[in-house]
Design a protein around this ligand. Structure first.
Ligand SMILES: Nc1ncnc2c1ncn2[C@@H]1O[C@H](COP(=O)(O)OP(=O)(O)O)[C@@H](O)[C@H]1O
Ligand SMILES: [Mg+2]
Length: 620
């Protein structure tokens, strides 16, 4: 990154955060006002005490500006004392109230900001292209959505609630002290940087020690997670003692690292107390000298001592705020990283939205590679037409799933074009293209919800009745009804309480419900037993009837009935045609076929449902 880029980037970062801060300006400025007023109140707190000492106990006349405020109390000491005590109480009350109002306003504004930022970031991340999501782990996205966004709220409250207020308290108190006695003020203020340095040194050391502990903790939790995750393996091989010793070693590291941190933590408060005591002694000594010299009154000595006490708290808070700002700036950067990541799949400026489509797909000399990397597809030309089933076969890694991804425009070709009804996908609205395609994946995505809800995910606004109709239409109704609760059966997370076949049935019903003109099935029948596969193929048959269908299969018997078979090898279509023709040609497909049909025992071949097609073909 050049310096200039870094510059525009940091500017951009400030601006984007402002976009979220500005809507909260009313709450934030009211909150700041409360905090400013509170700083003023805090500066007034010791003054009634001063007058009690100087004018109630001592014999100094009260200043005229106060006398004007208290006409009746002027002559009576007891009356004056009462008024001063009431003033103390009122100041305390004002302090409490302003503190409450200010904190609430800041916390609420921060919460609203977090809400807006979080929902927008989620919406943005969700829309980023697949290549982004392949590059980033879910855990990383989660930590930015939760932790980093939270740190921005901390920043708002830290800057607004603490920094403004405490900095102001220091300034006001310093100003008052300088007015009363500037020499004495210098002595008092001179002790503050010393305290600040002690606090900084300790927090730095502590942070280092705590970070060490956290790192060891992280290691320990991954040891535990791994062990619980593979508990069967551990028990089977009797490796419990080994795992125990591994865990104990990890726990010991935390123990040792904590000892250092604990020592620092325990030292911190006493050391600070000592430093404050030393400073207090110095301030008391010098103050008393000033009183004896007649430069200040005894009451003013009390004011200075109280001020010194109230300066130590802001000093600590400001040291803490500096830390929070440091952490938040990292968070701001991490969020901006993703917030400004733009999708590689771009919506065209004047997106076409055709009234209707037939569902014809053309690949015109398409080449494609996942960047950065070599081309996965080379010069692929194919046609998918409504009412025809095309089967795509080929070894693992040949690029079959990649072809499916291009039809849904999850990626754009590097060379050539993908057309829907003769229109380049890149000229159509992205959501429109995807609505035309129903995907059935090898490992179907199932949500933690009821069966019917999982099916109805296929079309927005679809209800339970629609889901059942779709399931009946593809012939999986019976299978679903056998589940406890049938359509209302709540599936566990990621569909773990269902068999592969059951998941696939739901996925096919979902595709049926979507009513998309194009259906893509990516290895729908792999890892299924013969019986389930048979049922599934019936369902697939019904699903693909009258639609544009692409069936990717590495089980050849799934493809015998296809209207056209494309054989893909290393990203190129090497053979195409019907089953019989390809067998006769004796090429790649024929070799694959002989190999696979030789492996399968005859009883498991669900050819009977396909045989009528084969016979029909043979008769042609
Ligand atoms: N997101 C990706 N990023 C980089 N390479 C990929 C990605 N997806 C697939 N590939 C690579 O592309 C090739 C084709 O993959 P794929 O289309 O899934 O093959 P098939 O479905 O035929 O088994 C493989 O070599 C695979 O490693
Ligand atoms: Mg694949």
């Amino acid at each position: 990154m050049t310096a200039e880029q870094a510059q525009t980037r940091s500017l951009r970062q400030e601006r984007w955060l402002l976009r979220y801060v500005t809507p909260q300006w009313a709450a934030l400025s009211l909150g700041s006002l409360a905090m400013v007023l509170r700083a003023g109140v805090l500066a007034l707190v010791p003054w009634p005490l001063k007058f009690i000492i100087d004018s109630v106990i001592g014999h100094k006349p009260i200043p005229s500006y106060l006398a004007a405020l208290l006409p009746s109390a002027q002559t009576h000491r007891i009356g004056l004392l009462g008024a001063l005590c009431v003033a103390t109480l009122i100041l305390g009350l004002a302090d409490a109230l302003l503190n409450y109002v200010g904190s609430r306003l800041y916390l609420d504004a921060g919460q609203r900001l977090v809400y807006a930022l979080r929902t927008e970031l989620f919406a943005h991340l969700q829309r980023l292209s697949l290549d982004f999501h392949r590059r980033h782990r879910g855990g990383d996205l989660m930590s930015r959505l939760s932790g980093d966004v939270q740190k921005i709220q901390d920043l708002i409250t830290a800057v607004g609630g603490d920094l403004i207020q405490h900095a102001l308290v220091i300034v006001i108190i310093a100003a008052i002290m300088f007015r009363v006695d500037w020499r004495y003020a210098l002595v008092v203020l001179g002790t503050i940087p010393l305290l600040f340095i002690i606090i900084r040194i300790y927090t730095k050391l502590l942070r280092k020690a705590i970070r060490q502990v956290r790192r060891h903790e992280g290691d320990l939790w991954s040891i535990a997670q791994e062990a619980f995750g593979s508990v069967q393996l551990i028990q089977a091989y009797g490796r419990e003692p080994y795992e125990e010793s591994r865990f104990a070693a990890g726990a010991k590291k935390i123990f040792d690292a904590s000892a250092g941190a604990n020592d620092l933590q325990a030292q911190f408060s006493p050391v600070l107390t000592l430093a404050v005591a030393a400073a207090t002694a110095l301030i008391a000594w010098y103050g008393a000298v000033r009183v004896l010299d007649g430069r200040i009154t005894a009451g003013e000595l009390i004011v200075f001592l109280t001020y010194f006490r109230s300066l130590t708290a802001p000093t600590r808070r400001i040291a803490k705020t500096v830390r929070i700002i440091g952490r938040a700036s990292v968070a701001v950067e991490r969020i901006a990283d993703y917030l400004f990541e733009s999708s590689t799949i771009k919506e065209p400026a004047h997106a076409l939205l055709p009234q209707s489509v037939t569902g014809r797909i053309d690949f015109e000399a398409v080449s494609f590679g996942y960047l950065p990397g070599p081309n996965i597809l080379e010069d692929v030309t194919l046609q998918l037409v409504p009412g025809k089933r095309v089967a795509l076969v080929g070894p693992t890694g040949a690029g079959k799933s990649t072809i499916a991804s291009l039809i849904s425009r999850f990626y754009d070709p590097v060379k050539g074009r993908v057309l829907l009804d003769g229109r380049d996908l890149r000229t159509l609205q992205i959501a429109f293209v995807r609505r035309q395609v129903a995907l059935v994946l090898q490992d179907p995505v199932i949500f933690h919800a009821t069966v019917w809800e999982n099916i109805s995910y296929g079309r927005e606004g679809a209800g339970r009745a629609d889901a059942i109709r779709a399931a009946v239409a593809v012939g999986v109704d019976e299978i679903i009804r056998r589940l406890p609760g049938g359509y209302d059966y709540v599936i566990s997370e990621r569909g773990q309480t269902l068999s592969g076949g059951q998941r696939q049935c739901i996925s096919i019903a979902r595709a049926m419900l979507s009513a998309a003109p194009i259906v893509i099935l990516d290895e729908p029948s792999s890892s299924l037993d013969a019986e389930t596969e048979h049922r599934l193929m019936e369902a697939i048959d019904r699903l693909t009837a009258n639609r544009t269908a692409l069936i990717i299969a590495h089980r050849l018997r799934t493809v015998i009935a296809a209207d056209e078979i494309l054989v893909l090898e290393e990203g190129r279509i090497v053979e195409r045609g019907r089953h019989h023709r390809l067998i006769e040609e004796g090429g790649v497909y024929a070799r694959l076929w002989t190999k696979l049909s030789g492996e399968a025992d005859d009883a498991s071949l669900p050819i009977h449902m396909l045989s009528h097609r084969l016979e029909g073909e043979a008769a042609e």
